[in-house]
Design a protein around this ligand. Structure first.
Ligand code: DX5
Ligand code: ZN
Length: 224
């Protein structure tokens, strides 16, 4: 059974000087989530933004804030992200103690996501899957926007989608990296229902028009 398909524009590709305006635009055109990439320069070779930006964003939008923590020590910062107003907190399976971080997220009343890098097998998620609200499959090496989707990650999404269906688990399946209008159908066909897109939306001079084009594709599946 297919789930409602949701779009999660990634602000990594936004113009940070016009962030509020750009967020309002994607919200107006039908995006439901807002994907926020948090990088520590250690877990990934890049630095981005953190809780203060999420607090500011929280004040200007009703969108579900989907925080993607690319942090070596996520557990240390879970409370900061809860306080800042994140709705979904995604941590990486490749970090020290994902189980403890998931517990802290759930104890704070937020939705927990577990993320796997392209080289991490689907099985890494299974021990935690019953507690998760979302599984995030990276389709590029985390750290930078504007990369090409790695096709093997679609097979991994399919494996996870089948596992979720077979075990009757109530979790979303999200994919992040290299998703554009030209390949989003393949991502949906792999069983993904939350679509992250950075360059495809904020790399477009008209982010709202880009969101509309994604929404038209989503509607063609007859679920939304
Ligand atoms: C990469 C980030 C992605 C990034 C996606 O580490 O996790 O969320 O913003 O950007 P695009 O859509 O440009 O690949
Ligand atoms: Zn991300």
């Amino acid at each position: 059974m297919m789930k409602r398909i949701r779009l999660a524009p990634s602000i990594l590709a936004a113009d940070f000087a016009r962030l509020g305006e750009q967020i309002n635009e994607v919200e107006r055109f039908g995006a439901e989530y807002l994907h926020v990439d948090v990088m520590d320069g250690h877990f990934v070779p890049n630095i981005s933004i953190g809780p203060p930006v999420i607090s500011s964003v929280r004040r200007v939008t009703e969108l579900t804030i989907d925080a993607h923590l690319m942090l070596e020590y996520p557990l240390r910062f879970i409370h900061d992200f809860i306080r800042a107003g994140a709705d979904i907190i995604n941590i990486h399976a490749e970090t020290g103690d994902p189980g403890a971080a998931i517990k802290a997220i759930k104890a704070g009343g937020k939705k927990a996501g577990l993320t796997i890098k392209p080289g991490t097998p689907a099985e890494a998620v299974y021990p935690f899957i019953e507690e998760l609200d979302l599984v995030l499959v990276m389709s590029v090496e985390p750290g930078f926007g504007g990369q090409e989707l790695i096709p093997e990650c679609l097979n991994k999404a399919r494996i996870l989608a089948d596992y979720i269906e077979k075990h009757g688990i109530d979790t979303d399946l999200e994919m992040d990296g290299g998703i554009y209008l030209k390949n989003v159908r393949e991502v949906i066909q792999a069983g993904v229902n939350v679509i992250v897109a950075g360059s495809a939306i904020f790399g477009n001079p008209e982010p709202g028009a880009a969101v509309s084009a994604f929404m038209d594709i989503f509607k063609s599946y007859g679920i939304n």
